[in-house]
Design a protein around this ligand. Structure first.
Ligand code: MSP
Length: 509
């Protein structure tokens, strides 16, 4: 009998510029990707999660020069900082690609050679206003008072002989693929934004080379040039899954989801699909665009002194709480606001008083009831229905990237449990009634622990250790898929629970 093919789930983050240490925006995307990867792993899918660093280009060349380091030495240092942060945040990536990896460079050259030979790339002249901050050409319409609004600097006028990727001819095909959601751009407002951009002007062929940038991958057919940093960078999504630059596209491709920030949507919705079409590869299934993290409604900037360092957040709240605070900060897809003060309030409310308190309370009650037999069947059908509905919402939210809403729903379910405790006062009950009530709470806590698992995995594991103190039973529980886990009745008794450490100590303010 043939077994059904395991569903694949390939997810990527952008590769971050290695020009500075990681900031909170990078942590935001990477945690979100990790949550999605873990959620799909729990469904027994074949998950591949790729992240990494974009290490070439003028921006990095200039920064390295300024610090007196050679660029490779400079990016090596930054790469360690990113890897350390991901380790602290429990990011389970499957591969960490660096565009200075030999394998990547070789594959990019191979691919460029192929594209050149088949005429997708040709030599021409390119003239445009170039913003080094974005490493992108800008149109006049993109500028505010002559400056790039993202970087508050005037772009440089560049005119040089250049190698160009045929893009103009692909415009109609691209529009169709976006309209049909074959290449789905989400949320909807970003799809509209891109379609209005594409319908509003003619696409020009895109320059894929740079003449005076030494810090890049030399074009194999003309070593006076290096590859334009975005061309180099986009190919990471292929080289990161072991592509060699040939026409054989790995089976894992295309990604089910690519997460990006709104400032890099346009290149991802134009240049990237153009490259893929020339390579004969399928386009990503979904390009999901999130907003920016603002601090008190303002863009974070060193000058304003409102930049949140992810390491500071971890120091203050711990890794899991930082993941929670990022994912619950606001609608995923919109700009969200985050300040350390607000984060501390949410920590106290949702984690210390919410989850931490509920788990401690329920486990304490279970310990006191150990000698009594819990009634595990037909306890409270209403409760069972509530859990069923909570799971339906949970899936719907996460499958639609509403990560904050999945957490919000879980939080509301915890409040229902708190209210149930207040209303029933199990400590005043006796016999069967008491056993029933405590069972409902314990079983609910098990469901909650599964729901939070992709978001705050360490905490989830800690609660599982308390719910299933017996190692064998715990291993059996943890080997379940999400579909199995959500069946009512996973807790068999409370004889083997064990109340443990405080999950979220209250902050000393
Ligand atoms: N290297 C390119 C991406 C190449 S992908 C083929 C790049 N790097 S970046 O480091 O500048 O930005 C990476 C990501 O961080 C982008 O998705 C960007 O939107 C995101 N963020 C930068 N600042 C941010 C916030 N303040 N908040 C949320 N995300 C932010 O662009």
């Amino acid at each position: 009998m043939s077994t059904p093919k395991q569903k694949k789930f390939y997810i990527t983050t952008p590769i971050y510029y290695a020009n500075a240490k990681p900031h909170i925006g990078h942590a935001y995307t990477t945690v979100a990707a990790d949550v999605l990867a873990r959620f799909h792993k729990l469904q027994n899918e074949k998950v591949f999660f790729l992240t990494g660093l974009d290490e070439h280009g003028l921006k990095i060349q200039r920064i390295a020069e300024k610090t007196g380091k050679n660029p490779q030495e400079f990016v090596d240092g930054i790469s360690e900082e990113f890897k350390n942060l991901w380790k602290k945040l429990n990011i389970q990536y499957d591969s960490f690609i660096r565009t200075t990896d030999q394998k990547h460079k070789k594959a990019v050259q191979e691919a460029l050679q192929g594209l050149y030979e088949k005429g997708s790339i040709y030599k021409g002249t390119y003239e445009g206003l170039y913003c080094v901050g974005c490493e992108q050409y800008k149109t006049k319409n993109d500028l505010v008072d002559g400056k790039c609004s993202d970087h508050n600097m005037e772009p440089e006028l560049l005119k040089e002989e250049s190698y160009l990727l045929k893009t103009a001819d692909l415009q109609a095909k691209l529009i169709k693929k976006i309209e049909d959601d074959e290449f789905k751009i989400a949320p909807e407002k970003y799809k509209k934004e891109i379609l209005s951009f594409l319908n509003g002007q003619e696409l020009k062929d895109i320059s894929i080379s740079r003449k005076n940038v030494r810090w890049g991958i030399p074009l194999p057919f003309d070593n006076q040039y290096t590859a334009y940093v975005w061309m180099d960078a986009f190919l990471n999504y292929l080289t990161g899954i072991n592509w060699d630059g040939s026409e054989n596209i790995p089976d894992l491709f295309p990604p089910e989801v690519q997460l990006i920030g709104k400032d890099i949507l346009r290149v991802h919705a134009t240049m990237w699909p153009a490259v893929l079409m020339h390579l004969g590869a399928d386009l990503p299934r979904t390009l999901f665009t999130h907003g920016h993290i603002l601090a008190g409604g303002k863009k974070m900037s060193k000058t304003l002194g409102n930049v949140i360092d992810p390491n500071d957040m971890i120091k203050k709240f711990g890794a899991d709480a930082t993941r929670y605070l990022l994912m619950s900060a606001g609608t995923f897809g919109e700009d969200v606001d985050l300040t350390m003060e607000r984060a501390a309030e949410i920590y106290q409310a949702d984690l210390a008083n919410g989850l931490g308190n509920l788990a401690a309370r329920v486990l304490a009650m279970a310990e006191k009831t150990k000698s009594e037999k819990l009634k595990t069947k037909n306890n409270n059908p209403g409760f069972e229905v509530k859990i069923k509905n909570a799971w339906l919402d949970y899936y719907k939210f996460i499958n639609n990237f509403k990560l904050n809403e999945a957490l919000e729903m879980t939080r509301r379910f915890m409040s229902t449990c708190d209210e149930y405790v207040e209303k029933n006062k199990p400590w005043q009950m006796e016999g069967g009634e008491k056993a029933k009530t405590i069972y409902n709470l314990l079983e609910s806590l098990r469901h909650i622990t599964w729901m939070i698992k992709p978001f705050i995995p360490e905490t989830s594991d800690k609660i599982f250790t308390q719910l299933f103190a017996d190692e064998k039973e715990r291993a059996a529980e943890l080997s379940k898929t999400l579909a199995e886990a959500q069946k009512w009745g996973g807790m068999k008794s409370c004889a083997k629970t064990k109340k443990g450490e405080n999950l979220f100590p209250r902050l000393k303010i």
